[in-house]
Design a protein around this ligand. Structure first.
Ligand code: NAD
Length: 243
């Protein structure tokens, strides 16, 4: 039996580089997955990948910065896949921009997508999970939230925010049966990682072994979603934190 047998999971940013791999891994472990993305075609491609390995999935067009759309995602997940067991927040963006060049609108967009969406999703999911006394919320933070990165002030702030948010909410959830954690997969070759890099730079970083492949961290996400990781609440599970 798979580690996630019978679980109903909603995953945001599910059409992206990491979302596609994590969705397939969670489905292989037995979960049914609602794949949410603002890019419906990308979400549908992930659903096709999940079905190709015999898994169960639906695509749900969702803008995670909108509270009502998050509620609709969870409504559809519960109606079609069963009561929500796990929410995985993956949607995010990383525009590389020096602080002195960053306009307020871009700062707001990064914080809204990367951090506010985690608050909206966690609140909506936990409201449903608490009366049942079970459930897991996972969010994609980043080691950048601890280390910082040039041209990444808004991104680093949003990811540090996710870590602090996760710790605070975990204390509110103590002894409830519901838990919340976040993770940092390390620099990984996806469209988000390639933003602002030249082809030469990408080649050099790949050749130097600096960057991971999107599927490398999938089993860690499966573990964090599974009951096997029940002792973990409020944690930030990351690799390369000190690199
Ligand atoms: N790739 C890395 O190196 C890396 C490292 C650490 C953390 N992360 C984090 O992992 C997550 C996924 O990143 P990725 O590398 O797979 O990026 P990606 O660009 O491949 O995927 C991001 C997905 O989010 C979706 N999205 C964007 N705006 C949305 C919205 N408003 N509502 C719903 N979906 C929306 C996009 O359509 C896309 O499918 C991000 O939170 C990122 O910060 C990535």
């Amino acid at each position: 039996m798979g580690l996630l047998e019978g679980k109903s999971i909603a995953m945001t940013g599910g059409g992206g580089g990491l979302g596609r791999c994590y969705g397939v891994a969670m489905a292989r472990a037995g979960a049914s997955v609602a794949v949410a993305d603002i890019d419906l075609a990308a979400a549908e491609a992930t659903v096709a990948a999940i079905r190709s390995v015999g898994g169960r999935a639906i695509a749900v067009h969702t803008d995670v910065t909108q509270a009502a759309q998050f509620e609709r995602l969870l409504d559809r997940t519960e109606a079609e896949l069963g009561p929500l067991d796990v929410l995985v927040n993956i949607a995010g963006m990383f525009p590389r921009r020096a602080l002195v060049d960053m306009e307020e609108a871009e700062w707001d967009a990064v914080i809204s997508l990367n951090l506010k969406s985690v608050y909206l999703g966690a609140r909506a999911a936990i409201r449903r999970m608490l009366p049942r006394g079970r459930g897991v919320v996972l969010s994609t933070a980043s080691g950048t939230g601890i280390r910082g990165q040039p041209k990444g002030s808004a991104y680093s702030a949003s990811k540090a925010g996710i870590i602090g948010f996760t710790r605070a909410v975990s204390l509110e959830l103590k002894d409830s049966g519901v838990r919340i954690n976040c993770f940092g997969p390390g620099a990984t070759d996806t469209p988000l990682w390639r933003v602002g890099k030249t082809e030469d730079e990408i080649k050099r970083l790949l050749a130097a072994g600096f960057v991971y492949q999107p599927d490398d961290f999938s089993n860690v996400v499966v573990f964090l979603a599974a009951d096997l990781s029940a002792p973990l609440n409020g944690e930030f599970i990351s690799r390369d934190l000190h690199r």
